[in-house]
Design a protein around this ligand. Structure first.
Ligand SMILES: Cc1ncc(COP(=O)(O)O)c(C=O)c1O
Length: 406
């Protein structure tokens, strides 16, 4: 009997979609095309020499350990290095509260596995990180969105959403993807008060927090939480990653949470992949240790700050004056908005014809009954293209926008 595959797939596959960004990226393979679409770090900054030396050292000195199965929680020296960084940031976790994951994308998936039953609601920013929406759609979650403004998500909008009894809130406090916005300390505190009032955990996803090239560092919500709760993470589960501060190809991220929560993350990870590659963890530790990582982050920040300036300066010269944008103080992205009524979906096709790419803003909106995504925005990445490409790419995009505006 032939297999009727459609009857065999689990119900959860009905909501599954391939990431629109990954589909768009397939269109951007033309070498003449300038892409502001992906969330890619600057490849010329990857410390290739250091990784080459570290790989050889790890294999030579600890080869049999590096190629063996290892504990789910992760490589202890790497967890200690993460702990030290987090402690410096005011989050008083110990290494046994850190679980190494295969990128923070896996931490998002584990969050779904640990917390979500079909139909559960998630309270999140509108727009938000597409990879999280994709991961939690597979757990048949419902989304309740709270609009962001130029200062990030408004706690009052979150309060409205909290009435739908979400399982947790998902917050990107620093240089939000896609909005480029940062939450003030006051908003962070208000969100934590909401978490306390509604008994609703906060998933704090912070891939960009260390990539601040301007302005004053703000305490992570996990730090504020711990400070007001005797050093314990009572409300926050913190997600971090090496993707943007070292290299995304490593696929190394982490979760930090209180021990009773961490237990379930560890068990869920055991079912997914036993552990993250120990070889990669050992090599990354070898590269990152003894201050290299901090030095490297300083370098990245300098370059990304310059690239943001070049992009903003070019936008001032080449975009019609009705277009507005966020000016992030760190991270990888800014968010540009065209006049009401214009649609960046068709603009994307025009832009491809001009050989420049971006991500239309509507893809970052979680599906919600009765709510439509804004269609006149776009996300622009400023970390990946070289300065002369940024200038030229914005010129091309300005041309495409002008054509569209007639
Ligand atoms: C907000 C956010 N969270 C998580 C991730 C996933 O990162 P990774 O799995 O590479 O650690 C990204 C990647 O762009 C992101 O922007």
């Amino acid at each position: 009997m032939p297999i009727q595959w459609n009857y065999r797939f689990a119900l959860r596959t009905e909501g599954m979609k391939s990431s629109i960004i990954r589909e768009l990226l397939k269109l951007t393979q033309d070498p003449d095309l300038i892409s502001f679409a992906g969330g890619l770090p600057a490849p010329e900054l990857f410390p290739v020499k250091e990784f080459t030396e570290a790989s050889q050292k790890v294999l030579k000195e600890h080869g049999s350990k590096a190629l063996q199965y290892s504990p789910t929680e992760g490589y202890i020296p790497l967890r200690e290095l993460i702990t030290e960084r987090m402690n410096r940031d005011g989050i008083p976790v110990s290494a046994d509260q850190i679980l190494i994951t295969s990128g923070s994308q896996q931490a998002l998936d584990l969050t779904g596995e640990v917390f979500l039953d079909p139909g559960d609601a998630i309270l999140l920013e509108r727009p938000s990180y597409l990879g999280a929406i994709q991961a939690w759609t597979a757990y048949q979650a419902r989304f309740v969105g709270a609009e962001i403004d130029k200062d990030g998500v408004n706690p009052d909008a979150l309060r409205d959403g909290a009435r739908s009894s979400p399982k947790f809130m998902y917050i990107l406090p620093n240089f939000q993807n896609p909005g480029g916005t940062t939450l003030s300390e006051e908003r962070r505190r208000k969100i934590l008060e909401l978490s306390e009032e509604f008994g609703m955990p906060v998933i704090e996803d912070d891939p960009y927090g260390s990539l601040r090239f301007e302005g004053e560092h703000l305490p992570p919500m996990a730090a504020i939480d711990a400070l007001s709760n005797g050093g314990s993470l009572e409300h926050v589960i913190y997600l971090g990653t090496f993707s943007k501060i070292l290299a995304p190809g490593l696929r190394l991220g982490w979760v930090a949470a209180k021990p009773e929560v961490m237990r379930y993350y560890v068990q869920a990870k055991q079912g997914q992949d036993l552990h993250t590659s120990i070889l990669t963890q050992m090599i990354a530790y070898e590269v990152a240790k003894d201050g290299f990582l901090e030095e490297h982050i300083r370098k990245i920040c300098e370059v990304y700050g310059q690239r943001r300036d070049i992009m903003v300066d070019a936008m001032k010269r080449y975009f019609p004056e009705e277009v507005t944008w966020t000016v992030p103080q760190g991270g990888l992205f800014l968010w540009a908005t065209l006049p009401d009524g214009l649609d960046t979906g068709p603009l994307f096709k025009q832009a491809i014809a001009e050989k420049v790419a971006f991500v239309p803003g509507y893809v970052f909106y979680a599906p919600e009954i009765g709510k439509e995504p804004l269609r006149n925005s776009m996300r622009l990445n400023f970390s990946n293209a070289k300065p002369e490409q940024i200038e030229e790419g914005i010129k091309r995009l300005g041309r495409a926008i002008e054509k569209m505006m007639g």
